[in-house]
Every structure is written in structure tokens, then in C-alpha cells.
Design a protein around this ligand. Structure first.
Ligand SMILES: Cc1ncc(COP(=O)(O)O)c(C=O)c1O
Length: 410
């Protein structure tokens, strides 16, 4: 299905130059947090000369050309006033998920949102009470800890089990937490940092426990679009009516198309009462007005970004393969976990970590490479590091060579 809504260019075939992910761009002039090696003025900076920055989760690629072209037109127009999502906006979102993930989401269930984490916070504040338990599965994206704690809820950590170099659910522990005051479960699907795509069976097991103990499920699907193998993305609410009734599905095009700085997100909430209640709360927090550029970027990306995403996925897959082969050849003590989805590779570096007393610092100081310290991801992350492969191959090659050289001196 193509759209020719004014403002959303119809999908067109792109030229090869529009998929040149190998070009190295200098991002420093626009205040890139990743390349400044610091999140914001309130967080510590990672110090080092000429660091290769492969930590926080944005990519070093230009967005799809149709998105850039439309944003350029909007910039040139020069009037950045209030903007409105019309019904086509939601048709575009629906069509994307139908095409890419075979998820026939009912358009009536969709709500607009500024981004994922503010939505998670609003859902927790609306449907749980202070001190209620919220389950998260560690190691995991660290703002999950923050959103639970800073909203005065009780963090219940369900450790994933590390089995033969991959993660598995610990359902016994999940049930123990479920029976001990949990009111909500924050699911990361696919899971960041390991890029694990949860299977239908795994989601069904979680759903049956949540059903038994009356637990709401907030599913963060932000990393769902970059599929690195033939494991499909299974949307939690698609596994059955019970799952749909208890869940909040949070989606965004921001990781997929490298649009984190022009955010826009969409929630799907099948339960109409909860949907209306959340919408009221979001309105009361003035969270529902569209961001001028974010709305445009979402619509054009979801309409015209398929081809770009297919090329990107192949590029990322090759980058992941490069990490795996280099690790086997020249990174002793480092074992990467092959991701099913996303542009993130989780490296088990516990052996090196123990030897050098902190593997993150070791690679910053001895290799000039800044990766994400696994400790940030909570219990189970100690001794791991996360490598962001959303970068040109030459940058990744340089980082891997530097890491190999640092390890060879041990
Ligand atoms: C799992 C996960 N959820 C949410 C986010 C951030 O989403 P947003 O910027 O829309 O709040 C990230 C960014 O890295 C992420 O990895």
C-alpha cells in the first residue's frame, strides 16, 4: 500500500548511493552525545583522546533519503508551528506493522506518544501505585531501573539465565516475584543489550504468569525492526486476547531509521478503558502534541523506508559477522552473543574484566575505544560490554583492531 497524502512522498525506488553506509560522517558539529562520550551536562564524561565511540544506541548513518528530503523541505519552509496528526498518520503506522511484522494492529488501539520512556513512565504512574512492584529482566537497558525507582515503584529484578552463551527466561524466579507484589512487568522485546527476540512460546509462558497474578505488561518494541535472522518479531499483544487485554505496546521508528533526535512514538492499547485513561493522563501532562519534525520523519520513514531498512539490515548483519569472526581470531577472552535483532552486540568479557580490573576502562585507556560498560545494565552485566555496530565498517574495523592490539599486550 502506498500513500500520496500531501506531505508524505510516495515510496520510490532509491539509487545505490542512498544506501552507502560506509561513508564516515563527522557528527561533532551537531552535538552528538555518542561522539562527545557524554550523555548530557549532568553525566560524567568518558575522557580520552581520539576515542572510537561505539557505546550509546544511535547509528552513524544518514536517515533514508526521502526522510531527509522531506525534513529539508520543512526546514526550508521556515515555519515550525504546531502540527497535527491526521487519520492517515495511524494508517501509516498500521500499514508498517502489517507489512514488516505481520501484526494486524487495530488502528483504534493506537495512541500518539512523544517517545518510549516518557510513555513507560506515564503508564507506570497511571496504572500502578507508589511502592507497587515492577518486574524488569536484567541485564537490561538501564533507564528501566530509573523509571521504576524514580517514580517511587519497587524494582523487582528477574535475572535472565546465561545458558551456553545465550539468555533464557527464569520463569521460577519470575513467578516468585509475581507472587510478591508485582503489579507490572516491563518487557524488552527484542531484549537490549543482547538483541534477543523472544519467541511466541517464551511470551506465552510470561503471559500465563502475568494472567495468573494480575500483572500488566508494558512491552518496549523499539528494537523490533532490524531483523538479523529469520526469527520473526512476535508482538506480545498478538499472542492472544488475554495478552492484548493486559498489555501496552510501545513502538517507535527512532532506532530503526536513526531518528532519536526527532522522536515520535506510537502506543497500542487494546483495552479501551485503559487507553482512554492513559490518554487523559498524557493530555494532562501535555504529552500528546506532535513534534513538528518527529511527525514528518515517522510518516515518511514508515512509508518510504522499507528498501533502506532492508539494505541497512544486510549491512548490520555483515558488521555483526565481522565482530564474531574477529573475536574468534584476535580477541582472546571476548565472546560475542549473536543478536537476533538490533544493531547491538553483547560481549562476554568476564575473563578480561577479571584480569584487568574493569574491561570498559581497559578498552578506553589502552585501545581508545568507548563501549558501553555492562555494569550499567544491572545484575548479570558485570564483565560484559555492549558494542554498537551501527557504524561504517571501517570504523568498526579500526575499533576491533585497536581492541585486538590492546589485548595482545596482556
Ligand atoms: C530498549 C530501549 N528502549 C527505549 C529506548 C529509548 O527510547 P526513547 O528515546 O524513545 O525514550 C532505548 C534507547 O536506547 C532502548 O534501547
Amino acid at each position: 500500500m502506498t500513500y500520496s497524502q500531501p506531505g508524505v512522498p510516495a515510496a520510490r525506488k532509491l539509487g545505490a548511493e542512498e544506501f552507502d553506509f560506509g561513508v564516515v560522517h563527522d557528527r561533532s558539529q551537531f552535538g552528538s552525545a555518542k561522539w562527545a562520550n557524554q550523555w548530557d551536562e549532568f553525566s560524567p564524561r568518558v575522557e580520552g583522546e581520539g576515542l572510537v565511540s561505539l557505546w550509546t544506541a544511535d547509528m552513524d548513518f544518514r536517515a533514508p533519503e526521502p526522510v531527509i528530503a522531506r525534513l529539508r523541505e520543512a526546514v526550508n519552509h521556515g515555519i515550525y508551528g504546531y502540527t497535527k496528526r491526521d487519520p492517515r498518520h495511524y494508517e501509516i503506522v498500521k500499514s508498517w506493522f502489517e507489512r514488516r511484522h505481520n501484526w494486524g494492529v487495530d488502528q483504534a488501539t493506537l495512541l500518539p506518544a512523544p517517545a518510549i520512556m516518557p510513555s513507560v513512565a506515564a503508564i507506570l504512574r497511571t496504572f500502578t501505585q507508589p511502592r507497587d512492584g515492577v518486574i524488569v529482566q536484567a541485564p537490561v537497558y538501564s533507564p528501566y531501573f530509573q523509571v521504576v525507582r524514580d517514580n517511587n515503584r519497587t524494582l523487582l529484578i528477574n535475572r535472565l539465565r546465561l545458558v551456553e552463551g545465550g539468555y533464557e527466561l527464569d520463569l521460577n524466579d519470575f513467578e516468585r516475584l509475581a507472587a510478591n507484589g508485582a503489579r507490572a512487568f516491563l518487557l524488552c522485546n527484542p531484549h537490549n543489550p543482547a538483541g534477543k527476540a523472544w519467541t511466541r512460546e517464551e511470551l506465552e509462558s510470561l503471559d500465563s504468569l502475568c494472567e495468573r497474578y494480575g500483572i500488566l505488561v508494558i512491552s518496549d518494541d523499539i528494537h523490533c525492526d532490524i531483523r538479523l535472522n529469520d526469527r520473526p518479531h512476535v508482538v506480545f499483544s498478538s499472542i492472544g486476547e488475554g495478552a492484548a487485554a493486559k498489555s501496552f505496546i510501545c513502538t517507535a521508528p527512532t532506532k530503526t531509521f536513526n531518528l532519536a533526535g526527532v522522536p515520535s512514538a506510537t502506543l497500542s492499547i487494546a483495552d479501551s478503558k485503559r487507553r482512554e485513561e492513559l490518554f487523559r493522563v498524557m493530555q494532562a501532562s501535555f504529552m500528546v502534541n506532535a513534534n513538528f519534525f518527529g511527525r514528518i520523519a515517522l510518516e515518511v520513514a514508515y512509508t518510504s523506508g522499507d528498501q533502506w531498512l532492508d539494505h541497512l539490515t544486510r549491512y548490520i548483519r555483515d558488521n555483526v559477522n565481522l565482530v564474531l569472526s574477529r573475536a574468534a581470531e584476535s580477541l582472546p577472552g571476548i565472546s560475542p552473543m549473536r543478536p537476533d535483532a538490533s544493531f547491538l552486540v553483547w560481549l562476554d568479557a568476564r575473563e578480561v574484566d577479571a584480569k584487568v580490573g574493569g574491561v570498559h576502562r581497559f578498552f578506553v585507556e589502552r585501545a581508545g575505544v568507548n563501549l558501553y560498560d555492562g555494569r550499567v545494565y544491572g545484575p548479570g552485566g558485570e564483565g560484559f560490554i555492549r558494542l554498537n555496530v551501527g557504524c561504517p565498517r571501517s570504523v568498526l574495523e579500526e575499533a576491533l583492531a585497536r581492541m585486538a592490539s590492546a589485548l595482545s599486550s596482556l
